[in-house]
Write a new protein. Sequence first.
Length: 367
Amino acid sequence: MNNNIKVLVVDDSSLFRQALMQHLSSQPGIEVIGYAINAYDAKQKIPQLKPDVLTLDVEMPGLNGIEFLKQLLPTTPLPVVLVSSLNLSVFDALSAGAVDFVRKPDMSVHNSKQTFFEALTTKVMTAAKAKVRISQPAAAPGTPAPAAPAPGTVRPRAAQGTARPMPFPALSRNVLDSTIIGLGASTGGTEATLEVLKRLPGNIPGMVITQHMPEGFTEMYAQRLNRICNMEVREAKNGDVIRPGLALIAPGAKQMEVIRSGRNYIVQCRPGAKVSGHCPSVDVLFNSIASNVAVNKVGIIMTGMGRDGADGLLKMRQNGAFTIGQDKESCVVYGMPMVAYNIGAVCTQASCENIASVLMNHLKGVR
């Protein structure tokens, strides 16, 4: 029996398409079953070839990748890995239901190509195990509710819009000033983190966030969150002070740690080796919070493949932190939260949509 992951490559560039197909075909466990030159071609071939994973160029003539996903995924919940240049449209495509993305390389630079192909292989293997989550636009008044999806296939997600925080009571100044919240996520985490942050009030204890993401994209991601969420969100810079109402995103290709500086806690962002397979690494962030933060600590671990963050979260819990793990049902990939739960690092599990409530209920009880 052939258990290879069947991949359909969708890209309008003949040269780049051939490079993708040649590389993926050479990887154990992956079989390239065909290609499509644009979204219209892909729509015809998907029912015939029945791929397990789609690699998709976002910028294509005619029907672009975002509109294609909006048409495809509600009826065909197929894991999609975006292959994109540095472009904000990536986040629109992720919002539409793509599982993950990899940045297009400079094909004239060997190291760039090598890094790209390694990342692509990993993301295709991960996508094959992922749940597909699709945005559902709000129904018109009087429209019957859609039928529930089959268990284990598609978990609908509320359409993106203006942030509407839950009506939580205001936190005391003491709680705001004496708490640091750390959050880590990987595959599926761009949208999962947004789901949490947009439900929180603007006046929240300082947050530090590590999302596995390439250099360049982290700044655009922070800007996107800042437009949607109630608190200020920005890409962290070395020496930034952690303060209430601010969420700092670890910059791509740098490790971010929390350290004490006088009366403040600040972030230290520096290039470094991969830890737990990643730079930035959730373990690096969580371990620094566990070791260096003497005030109240909260750790949140969300969807992602592997175990990055699990050991750091355990250390946080052992050092008095309250810890939350995203539950299996709401994860795109129940990897990092599963390992954290299994090793005893998680105080409580909650769905992506309920993590904000769990967090705020805990903070209300902090003394």
